[in-house]
Design a protein around this ligand. Sequence first.
Ligand code: FAD
Length: 553
Amino acid sequence: MSEVTNGRPRSDGDASGQPPTAVRVEALRAALAKALENASSDDDFVNEIAAAQAFPSRIWLFLEAVEQAPIAISITDPQARILYANPAFEGVTGYAPNEVLGLNESILSYKTTPRSVYETLWKSLHEKKTWNGTLVNRRKDGSRYIAELTITPILDARGETAYCLGMHRDVTALHALKQKVQNQKALIESVIDVAPIAIALLDDQQQVVLENHEYKKLTDDLGVTEPALQVLAELRNTIGLAFEPPKLGGRNFVDEEICVHPASGKAVRWFSCSGSWFEQQDAKADSFFDPQARAYLMLLIKDITAAKRQRELERIGAIRATMAEAELVQSLRETLSGAVYQLRGPLNMIRAAANMLDRRGTQIDTAMLKNALKEALTAGEAALGTFEASMPEAPQEATAPVNLNDILRDVLMLLTERLLAAGITVAWQPTSRLSHFHGRANMLRSMFKEIVENAIEAMNERGRNVRELKVRTEERDGRIVAVIEDTGPGISQELRHKVYEPFFTTKRPLSHSVGMGLAIAQDVVTRHEGTIDIDPDYTGGCRFIIGFSPSGS
Ligand code: FAD
């Protein structure tokens, strides 16, 4: 413990084994007094010391401060020969102050510091400017350390460099830490950059602050400047995801599939997205004593378009197979229904004739005729029964929540080849948000397929130049509605109800149509408690409007 009293420092000693500060200061004071005694009167140095002695308390205060400063301080002559070093100098360099007096500071040089650094150092000192820099130094024991150094020339009254003041500290540990952080950052960045999925780091203002190579590729592929924003908008639409950190009610998410429609008419892309929130402390000075955390979202965007397309093809293939089987049963049912329907006419006539004969009496010839008629009737009814019994069961299907967009998309995919072959352009306009309803997906697909096939056939006739199929979905007045319109000849007003009757057809005799399609379509719609209408106001062709009630309504 030391203090300054009446301009003189007083010290109780030094725990480090150094001579007590007061003793060192006293020795210095004696040396200065001697220099004053020996010096000529016009020597500026002497004048300064003399002036300083007039303010002894300040001098001792500065000396005490330098002696106790925790940073290595040395004072040299203009050629870097050491005149003074403080105790901290020993702590950093391993050299006791009295060991280095008179030596050049270059004893600290490890000789790996580039020459150009020293040249800059000395250039600054010659220009009487302070130099700050970093050198590799060697301690007394030969070990190396990184020194952060400030050297200031101290000018005399004539403006010439009289001394140099050097201050330095060992920043090896700090440098190692900085290097470690930099290495880790470089490692993370290179791992992120070579990752086969797009990665973007967003701050809480939705600004992308870090991105990888795959993410930049996505920028070109989707034709947007910030794909992350499009992905987030799509996640909001599909799963109602809010862009908010967990502490504000947001959440992390894993493998959420979204569909993105690129701006420039390119093919639809599918992505599987995961996001995880984390917090980082603000590094600004304002937050030093009042740490402020900032939230970031790590967004991972995996392109699954190819896999999705493959899955979609497989799904459509499976639907096609199921529908082919159902269609086979259906056509058998239609054929048999036709036969039953046609047999019923003559049989009814036979029954009527037999009844008439019954009422008119019992002459011999009529009795025979009556018997013959009865036998014909019995045989006919047996045949009818056989037909009815051999009619295959309609396929059974359980109800499940159905999305009308999905049904219609499937139907258009199933009929893509036929639409292309007929040169029909398709305008598919699904509404982005559509409620579900309970229904039988296969039955509904077959029904819509029948309607679209009718439209294709209606438009696919010679001389018809405008061939356009518009399919859209919407939710209006609490109903889920599909609108299917074509540019064919349309259905005249008088036939608009007849087309739903069994075996009614306007198609050519060789078209293999028995006229059950719309009758069955109406049956399917009715089973789903829906409605099917032909729009009387549409004159450009035929427009079917099919509506269903959403689940739970
Ligand atoms: P040198 O041959 O001594 O010099 C290398 C180059 O430095 C030369 O090419 C020359 O251009 C220039 N140079 C050297 N001395 C002078 C001079 N007097 N005038 C003009 N140019 C000159 N060095 C350290 O390595 N570590 C330290 O901690 C350190 N502390 C210093 C503190 C002070 C206050 C001062 C003034 C200098 C300090 N130096 C320090 C610099 C040191 O004096 C040497 O210049 C340096 O170490 C290079 O020494 P060297 O023996 O490798 O090369």
